[in-house]
Design a protein around this ligand. Structure first.
Ligand code: GLA
Length: 819
């Protein structure tokens, strides 16, 4: 009969519905966000691409999927919902194309579903995407949103005209709080100033939640870094005033299921707002299961409203402890490292009261176990185990918690290689386990041989059986990551009930480079650590995302090969004693020139643990050559350092010699230049003369010799290239490449070839230029170039080569080549 009563409005709500003049100021604003807000926001999955249809459909799915019943109630519109100008009355105007029913219409729809509506504003002159901001318009904007029926405001910090002082932040964000209060409408107020002014120290009583960090992105490094920043702030959170580590990325595709489960687990432990940021209309059952984990939602929404405290944090392993209203505690064991790790905490270090035993319920598996006095789990890389824990009087009918830890170094294929595995089975339960035997399941053709005891008749409380194993790997095994499953089988209790516990450890198989001189950038490092963003291959470090750099450039000299790191980086390569020499240039990339970060950098090459070549402190604009003797070394390490990490540091054109080949042997992969533009335009022309565009030789950008080709492109684009005098045989090559520098964003291009007697047109994929002023090597593999149905590309019979360019501006290209 739930339906019957839920349709009757409560008297208090009924009173609020009757129109009344807005009170001038409220003595006590209504208690809102007494548990962390839950809902949806479009930004993470859609950015500016927001509209009424999306918001309404999302509201529909929140209801139909059951997420609404789990507590997700706010449907929040982010930036870009308004017109670029205010209306004649000074009010914000919803974009009529995106929101034909206006925000009011959408609010009515969302309210009709029993949900609430959120909007976005900015405490500056413009929002982050350049729409009107509310600085100086607080009263009118708050009233406008209240009039539309808005229930939640996310208030951003772009274009804030601030002097940077905390007073200014308090002033700007309090102005909106007061304006919201004056509307008389209960509106959750979400402060989004990215943690800049340490809002946790002042925003309680101003906002209901405040961002503690910069924007989240859909990758593991972002989630890991946000946890690191937000976890220590537990003391500042409580009912009505929450730390906000930003919205959820779960379901957006950039992380593994394990990482998304950590995201959900740690946000719940940190009593964070749970604002879904994925396209719910397309969410997979796995995504819905993560977002809909009832146990974690209960932990997040627990009415005590305490953010989990950090009990321990060392070596990338963190333990959080969150008290719950019914006396239970949630304990999270978080492993931010890249390998399986056993994470443990003594119950005495947590807020649990002393007891003879404790019952643990794993919120992801539902499995219940008991422990005597240590809460522990072998946690996969980037994983989190969360237990709901309570004291247990009688442990006899609950299975003991048994952990299976495993450690494995790198593994080398072949009879002389192999690897060493150590497993550790620990009984954390009250009462001994019996008939214990440990096994390791390895990939087909591999062997795992225990070299110490792997069976034990009886293992008492807190006792461990450690076993050493030899792992054998077939000689032809390619480098890569391979799973090994370690399983402990045992019995427990007087009736000897059988049980198993397993863990998966990842074997990293490494292989030495083949004989020859080779561009190091074509070899995958076994590990790479970088201070900012990922290490880039054949481009500089752009400072944030993968592929955001330019061609490596030091003192104006452009290199098409190399590694773009930042200082504070280390790359490790396995050589297996087979290599003799590394020759490279090192330097600070020209992108740093003049920037505050451009303090001198030092580059060191290590052969195993010995520094075999070191640069002096290198300053901007000066490249230094390094030659390192690697004879006999198993490992090569490249380290770049500076006083403060994060300086763009290039290993320019590093070449590795292995297998004792002569120093003048060709550098692999061998490259065949088709057009160098050194003696002119190389007869480049346009494929469609009607579409326009011109070419000219130019010294302005070149990656070989002294010249490249300047292409003036029509807006609609054209194909630039030429028919060849004689068929070109590129058998054995796998790709075409050219270098490009473009001033305008939006340049798109493709490579096409004409092939065979019929001059069949075959065309490769599109690439898009998003980095104005940058330079890059464009690569098109032959197997990515598609010909008309029924025709296969024959690299041995190329008749013409073309590249497609457009922007309406000048694009510089050089060195069209085959590799
Ligand atoms: C800032 C915020 C984001 C998002 C964008 C919108 O970057 O931190 O969460 O709202 O603005 O432009």
């Amino acid at each position: 009969m739930a339906l019957a009563w839920s349709l009757v409005p409560a008297p208090a709500q009924a009173a609020e519905l009757s129109p009344a003049p807005a009170p001038a100021a409220r003595a006590t604003p209504p208690a809102l966000a007494m548990t962390p807000p839950m809902g949806f926001n479009n930004w993470n999955a859609f950015g500016c691409d927001v509209n009424e249809k999306l918001i309404k459909e999302t509201a529909d799915v929140l209801v139909s999927s059951g997420l609404k019943d789990l507590g997700y109630q706010y449907v929040n519109i982010d930036d870009c919902w308004s017109l670029r100008e205010r209306g004649p009355d000074g009010r914000l105007v919803p974009d009529p194309v995106k929101f034909p029913s206006g925000i009011k219409g959408v609010a009515d729809y969302v309210h009709g579903k029993g949900l609430k509506l959120g909007i976005y504003g900015d405490a500056g002159t413009k929002t982050c995407a350049g729409y009107p901001g509310s600085l100086g318009h607080e009263e009118l904007d708050a009233q406008t949103w209240a009039d539309w029926g808005v229930d939640y405001l996310k208030y951003d910090n772009c274009n804030n005209q601030s002097d940077g002082s905390q007073e200014d932040y308090v002033r700007r964000y309090t102005a909106m709080r007061q304006a919201l209060d004056r509307t008389g409408r209960p509106i959750v107020y979400s402060i989004c100033e990215w943690g800049t002014s340490r809002p946790w120290t002042w925003a309680k009583g101003v906002g209901h939640l405040w961002r503690t960090t910069g924007d989240i992105s859909d990758d593991w490094a972002s989630v890991r870094s946000i946890i690191r920043q937000n976890a220590p702030l537990a003391a500042y959170a409580g009912p009505g005033h929450w730390n906000d580590p930003d919205m959820l990325e779960i379901g957006n595709g950039g992380m593994t299921a394990t990482e998304y489960r950590t995201h959900m687990s740690m946000w719940a432990m940190m009593a964070a707002p749970l604002i879904i940021g994925t396209d719910l209309r397309k969410a997979t059952p796995e995504t819905l299961a993560i977002l809909g984990n009832r146990e974690l939602i209960a932990i997040d929404q627990d009415r005590l409203g305490v953010q989990g405290a950090v009990v321990s944090d060392a070596g990338g392993l963190m333990v959080l402890d969150k008290p719950l209203a019914n006396g239970d505690r949630a304990i999270a064991l978080y492993n931010s490292t890249d390998t399986l790790a056993t994470v443990s905490v003594a119950t005495g270090e947590t807020g649990l009261r002393a007891a003879r035993a404790y019952r643990l319920t794993d919120v992801w598996t539902g499995r219940t176990t008991q422990v005597r006095s240590t809460i522990s789990a072998a946690v996969p890389a980037h994983g989190t185990v969360v237990y709901r824990v309570r004291p247990l009087r009688d442990a006899s009918s609950v299975a003991p918690a048994v952990t299976v830890g495993a450690e494995l170094g790198t593994v080398v294929p072949g009879p002389a290689g192999g690897g060493e595995l150590t497993t550790a089975v620990t009984n954390r339960g009250v009462g001994a386990i019996r008939d214990l035997s440990v096994s390791a399941r390895v990939p087909d053709g591999w062997t795992a041989t225990a070299t110490t005891e792997r069976r034990r008749a009886r293992l008492g409380t807190d006792a461990t059986l450690e076993t050493a194993w030899r792992i054998g790997v077939p000689a032809a095994t390619p480098a890569g990551r391979y799973p090994i499953d370690v399983t402990a089988s045992y019995t427990w209790g007087p009736r000897r009930r059988p049980a198993v516990t397993s863990s998966r450890v990842v074997a990293v198989v490494v292989t030495a480079p083949g004989d020859g001189r080779r561009h190091l950038s074509t070899i995958d490092p076994v590990t790479s650590v970088n201070a900012i963003g990922p290490v880039e291959t054949d481009q500089s470090n752009g400072g944030a995302l993968e592929n955001d750099g330019s061609l490596i450039t030091i003192g104006g000299r452009v290199h098409t090969r190399g590694l773009g790191t930042t200082t504070g980086s280390e790359l490790r390569y396995y050589l297996g004693g087979r290599c003799s020499r590394l020759v490279t240039d090192v330097g600070i990339d020209d992108t740093a020139a003049g920037g505050p970060a451009a303090s001198p950098a030092t580059f060191t090459v290590y052969a195993d643990d010995a520094a075999v070549a070191t640069s002096g402190p290198v300053s901007s604009g000066a490249a230094e050559p390094l030659t390192a003797d690697l004879t006999g070394a198993a490992w090569l390490r490249l380290v770049a350092e500076s006083a403060a990490p994060g300086v763009p540091a290039d290993w320019a054109a590093p070449v590795l010699t292995c297998g004792g080949v002569p120093d003048d042997s060709p550098v692999l992969p061998e490259s065949q230049t088709l057009f160098s533009f050194e003696s002119g335009t190389d007869d480049f022309t346009i494929a469609n003369p009607g579409d326009g565009g011109t070419v000219a030789q130019s010294p302005l950008f070149h990656t070989d010799g002294a010249h490249g080709l300047k292409v003036s492109t029509p807006v609609a684009g054209n194909w630039f290239g030429r028919a060849l005098a004689a068929p070109l045989d590129l058998s054995g090559k796998t790709m075409l490449k050219f270098d490009v520098k473009a001033g305008d964003v939006g340049t798109v291009g493709e490579i096409a070839v004409q092939m065979g007697e019929n001059w069949t047109w075959c065309q490769g994929g599109l690439w898009t230029w998003t980095n104005a002023g940058a330079s890059r090597t464009v690569t098109e593999r032959f197997d990515q170039i598609s010909c008309p149905v029924g025709v296969t590309l024959d690299p041995g019979d190329i008749r013409a080569v073309w590249v497609f360019l457009n922007t309406g501006g000048d694009v510089h290209i050089d060195n069209l080549r085959a590799e």
